[in-house]
Write a protein that binds this ligand. Structure first.
Ligand code: HDD
Length: 733
């Protein structure tokens, strides 16, 4: 698909594109498909919904200027009626989300494993729409909740829509879809008092988890730093289930999908996440929007792990079990293409809210497996849209329409948009020449993979799903020490909020099945002991219907002791693109050192903001005017990745005496962020509690040669955080 470049003013080279946000934009099949449905009121008259020009939209029609209001006022009634019906039910899960448009391109043809055209043709740029989300919170909840993040990608392919509806964690809490309503009821606010919002730290969630040993692996992920990402642009995505690829010869293989962010995988600290939730609850949404708006387009590589069909039983775990991942050390992730998000939505409701994903939206060459979680999901997604979007025609909403034509015999229903011509809406028919006709596989028709199944009907779980702890342990063992500490702290925090002691104890017994050291540390924090006879305890405490096989204590050892790919510490740290750097300054600041450092950070793609005691302009030591981006009152260190203090006698003296400036630095230090200061600004650092530690502290850089300082600072920002600082474990702020 040829690309038209659209300039900052939102006009393309033909000059007619309206309604595009700032930044360089690209037109593609989906933007063209959306164009007839977009409206731009610039320079237009106001009308009613029937197109009648309105003369007065500010005063209702009255009998005399002091009323009463007349029922005749159709303009008033239309306006109020529409307003009264503006809200639709929020998603029952993943209610809070942020969306973006983009494109995907495959690097090399994957025709040997799949016939999906968008994965075969390296020349095709496939439009995508992505929605990231948190799971538990309501639509208006904070972005920084400790939670799994949804990572749903729609590919508008030439063979129809393909939705990859994944998460930022590669496994799930449960093995069978029939348990999903229980899981969600447990994590949502408690039903009597609707507390707490967007948090798993409460009794019902941990009650369920403590009785559901299959959740152990996912709990390790959910309590890790993956659950508090620095940015939606800096997290991995996973299709979770094992899917099936089928090539043109009909040969199938198993596939796991991955998204690898080119900015690396980074998180924030938990105390930071809590502060961000107060300072800027839209932190992730704003970050995604701003990055795209400024032209710093987020990118991910699509990864696939392919397992030939004959290797299905080669692993220590079952490929159909969604609580297991395939370690990358066993099956490498091949990076096969790139997704770039390059356009913000024009309208949140029309696009991000009304998009209806479904992992049943597939194209020829991609098929399902019998993973019982996947199978249940195939039912749920369309079903939920009927309530959420109000009827069976939600596929006609512009954001949901494929870029190819839709023809079938489905008709009518609420809000039908398509005007189907002709007499026939059935098949076979002779009146309409039997159109629309079915397509053979050669014509692109979807043919389900003819997997052989021969079995009795049972309500059961396969024994191959009974190992719940080996991969939980593998994950924990693969983490760096700071990451392990964060898991311990997260569990201590969450279980500390649980009121029922028996739930806490049951969790300790479960944790002891994963790692005794971890269980002991959490037990210490909770002031409890790990129950003795752990296995028996588990089997006793877990009701038979929660654990029909009595498998809560089954222990299997993974032959792989560590998987380095599971630790964020081992992922790329080579860029400072879009990282936010705060420069603390006041009147009398040394503009030279400020400007040199600012230019160096910006040259590497970083974003710099000058923060001063008040808004407006600063006057530098050389009488230069410096624009202030934020005042110390409005800014907070938790909204930045790093901080720099330039020299200048008066500026330094002002900041040293400003409690907010000193707190800014203390908090940045607590959250293990890079801090740089000109040697002349030492006084400010001396006012902080960490000044004594500066000499040995990695990530705190002081110097008088600003060029050299900037270089060292940039290298430190690439590292993101200096978690080793937490060694004493308690840093005040
Ligand atoms: Fe789900 C939404 C991801 C299991 C039922 N799910 C939803 C979204 C994502 C996921 C990213 C938001 C899509 C959007 O942005 O609109 N869900 C997952 C993953 C799962 C998973 C990765 C496990 C591997 N989900 C799952 C199960 C069920 C559902 C087992 C039900 C049996 N999910 C839904 C839903 C939602 C949904 C109720 C709510 C809103 C929607 O579908 O459109 O149908």
């Amino acid at each position: 698909m040829a690309q038209k470049e659209i300039t900052k003013k939102g006009k393309d080279t033909t000059g007619d594109t309206k309604n595009l946000n700032k930044g360089v934009q690209h037109s593609n099949a989906k933007t063209e498909n959306l164009a007839p449905h977009t409206a731009d009121s610039t320079g237009e008259f106001m009308t009613t919904n029937t197109g009648l020009k309105i003369n007065d939209d500010q005063n209702s029609l009255k009998a005399g200027d002091r009323g009463a209001t007349l029922l005749e006022d159709f303009i008033l009634r239309e306006k109020i009626t529409h307003f009264d019906h503006e809200r639709i039910p929020e998603r029952v899960v993943h209610a809070r989300g942020s969306g973006a448009h983009g494109v995907f391109k495959v690097y090399e043809s994957l025709a040997t494993v799949t016939k999906a055209l968008f994965l075969n043709d390296t020349a095709t740029e496939t439009p995508v729409f992505v929605r990231f989300s948190t799971v538990a919170g309501s639509k208006g909840s904070t972005d920084l909740a400790r939670d799994v993040r949804g990572f749903a990608v729609r590919f508008y392919t030439q063979e129809g829509n393909f939705d990859l509806v994944g998460n930022n964690m590669p496994v799930f809490f449960i093995q069978d879809a029939i348990k999903f309503p229980d899981l969600i009821h447990a994590v949502k606010p408690e039903p009597d008092n609707e507390i707490p919002q967007a948090a798993s730290a409460h009794d019902t969630f941990w009650d369920f988890i403590s009785l559901t040993p299959e959740s152990s692996h996912m709990i390790m992920w959910a309590m890790s730093d993956r659950a508090i990402p620095r940015s939606l642009r800096m997290m991995e995505g996973f299709g979770v289930h094992t899917f099936r690829f089928v090539n043109a010869q009909g040969v199938a293989s198993f596939v796991k999908f991955h998204w690898k962010p080119l900015l690396g995988i980074h998180s924030v600290a938990w105390s930071e996440a809590q502060a961000i939730s107060g300072k800027d609850p839209d932190f992730h949404r704003r970050d995604l929007w701003d990055a795209i708006d400024s032209g710093a387009f987020p990118e991910w590589e699509l990864g696939v792990q392919i397992v030939p069909e004959e290797d299905e039983f080669k692993f220590e775990f079952d490929l159909l079990d969604p609580t297991k991942l395939i370690p990358e050390e066993l099956v490498p992730v091949q990076r096969v293409g790139k997704m770039t998000l390059n356009r913000n939505p024009d309208n949140f409701f029309a696009e991000t809210e009304q998009v209806a994903f479904h992992l049943g939206h597939v194209v020829p060459g991609i098929d399902f497996t019998n993973d019982p979680l996947l199978q249940g999901r195939l039912f749920s997604y369309t079903d939920t849209q009927l309530t959420r979007l109000g009827g069976p025609n939600f596929q006609e909403i512009p954001i949901n329409r494929p870029v190819v034509q839709v023809h079938n015999n489905q008709r009518d229903g609420h809000m039908r948009q398509t005007i189907n011509k002709g007499k026939t809406s059935y098949g076979p028919n002779s009146i309409g020449a039997n159109d629309p006709r079915q397509a053979t596989a050669a014509e692109g028709g979807f043919v389900t993979y003819p997997e052989r199944i021969s079995a009795g009907k049972v309500r059961a779980r396969s024994k191959s799903f009974f190992d719940h702890f080996s991969q939980a342990r593998l994950f924990f063992n693969s983490q760096s020490d700071p990451e392990k500490n964060h898991i311990t702290d997260a569990l201590s925090f969450e279980l500390g909020k649980v009121k029922a002691v028996d739930i806490r104890e049951r969790m300790l017994a479960l944790l002891a099945q994963i790692d005794k050291g971890l269980a002991a540390e959490v037990a210490y924090a909770l002031g409890l002991h790990i129950p003795e006879n752990i296995g028996e305890q588990l089997n006793q405490n877990i009701p038979a219907d929660a654990d029909p096989a009595g498998y809560a204590s089954i222990q299997v050892e993974s032959s792989l002791l560590k998987s380095p790919a599971l630790s964020m510490a081992d992922t790329i740290k080579d860029s400072i693109k879009t990282r936010k750097v705060a420069i603390l300054a006041a009147d009398g600041v040394d503009d030279k050192s400020l400007n040199i450092l600012k230019a160096a950070v910006e040259a590497e793609g970083g974003v710099v903001e000058v923060i001063a005691p008040r808004l407006g302009f600063l006057t530098s030591v050389n009488d230069e005017e410096i624009n202030v981006d934020e005042s110390l009152l409005g800014a907070a260190s938790v909204l930045f990745d790093a901080v720099y203090v330039p020299g200048g006698t008066n500026s330094v003296a002002t900041l040293e005496a400003d409690a907010d400036a000193v707190h800014f630095l203390n908090e940045a230090f607590k959250h293990c962020k890079p801090i740089a200061a000109d040697s002349d600004a030492m006084q400010v650092l001396e006012a902080t509690y960490f000044s004594k530690k500066i000499e040995n502290d990695e990530g705190v850089i002081v110097g008088s040669d600003t060029d050299a300082l900037a270089k060292a600072f940039i290298n430190a920002i690439k590292q993101h955080r200096f978690w080793e600082r937490e060694k004493p474990r308690k840093i005040p702020a």
